[in-house]
Design a protein around this ligand. Structure first.
Ligand code: NAD
Length: 256
């Protein structure tokens, strides 16, 4: 379905981003990966799906590097048709103890990076008459949790950015939507499980059960594969008039 298209997925060396990159590659899209850590493993996993893969290591907290990455993707594949703004980090502390540098980093990586990548991707999508921008928000784009001030602010912000991007392009073939997962067992969440296990002196399994039980009625993790399938739907013809939604996949979290 996406053969001949190019998808750039930020923060795709791990977790949800890698899951979405693989789902889009399985539909035939060439992929630009981005993120830190191991690159060879994710590149091989995506290439095994029979598409072309490129990697750019832009630090998404740095607008100049985001510009270099967009130029690299355009040079490599001609155009970015699908932009998935996924890179994100977490930091947990009460506001009075929240380090200002952590606040700045979360706003830069989880929110401002999406603005920069979007503003740079839009002109070519508009000229082509087709484009998809998918923002990884969170259930924390819709509701809050204590000790996550920067994350909740960034994720509510990205839901707002999604709506504005969708409205400004509503008469074109360019759509923009947000995905709002509940808990997904990735390195970002494993750190929170580890912190809970250490704080309560319980096992990994018990800490995982407590984490899910607090917020997620289904008591199940959403998987990167399920999120990838939703991203594919947004890119399908059936998604042509889905504009500006914040779609939760959260086991009922926000329904409470
Ligand atoms: P993860 O830690 O597994 O992956 C994060 C990715 O972002 C990695 O590839 C990492 O290298 C990259 N990254 C981090 N900082 C970067 C930077 N400065 N520049 C470039 N890349 C950077 O996390 P994940 O759980 O897969 O999260 C992906 C997105 O999904 C995030 O936006 C996160 O907020 C969101 N999300 C996650 C969950 C969850 O439960 N895991 C739930 C809701 C939303």
């Amino acid at each position: 379905m996406l053969k001949g298209k190019t998808a750039l997925v930020t923060g795709s060396t791990s977790g949800i981003g890698l899951g979405i990159a693989k789902a889009l590659a399985a539909q035939g899209a060439n992929i630009v990966l981005n993120g830190f850590g191991d690159v060879d493993g994710p590149t091989a996993e995506v290439a095994a799906l029979g598409v072309q893969v490129a990697y750019h290591g832009a630090d998404m907290s740095k607008p100049a590097e985001i510009g270099e990455m967009m130029a690299f993707a355009t040079e490599k594949f001609g155009r970015v048709d699908i932009l998935v703004n996924n890179a994100g980090i977490q930091h947990v502390a009460r506001i009075e103890n929240f380090a200002p540098e952590r606040w700045d980093a979360i706003i830069a990586i989880n929110l401002s990076s999406a603005f920069h990548a979007t503003r740079l991707a839009l002109p070519a999508m508009q000229a082509a008459g087709w484009g998809r921008i998918i923002n990884l928000a969170s259930v924390h784009g819709l509701v809050a949790s204590a000790e996550k001030s920067a994350y909740v602010a960034a994720k509510h912000g990205i839901v707002g950015l999604t709506k504005v991007t969708a409205l400004e392009n509503a008469t074109t073939g360019v759509t923009c939507n947000a995905i709002c997962p509940g808990w997904v067992l990735t390195p970002l969440v494993q750190k929170q499980v580890d912190a809970k296990a250490a704080a309560l002196g319980v096992s990994n399994d018990e800490a995982t059960g407590l984490l899910l039980g607090e917020k997620e009625p289904s008591k199940q993790f959403t998987t990167p594969e399920e999120l990838g399938a939703l991203a594919v739907f947004f890119c399908s013809p059936a998604g042509n008039n889905v504009r500006g939604v914040a779609w939760n996949m959260d086991g009922g979290w926000a329904a409470q």
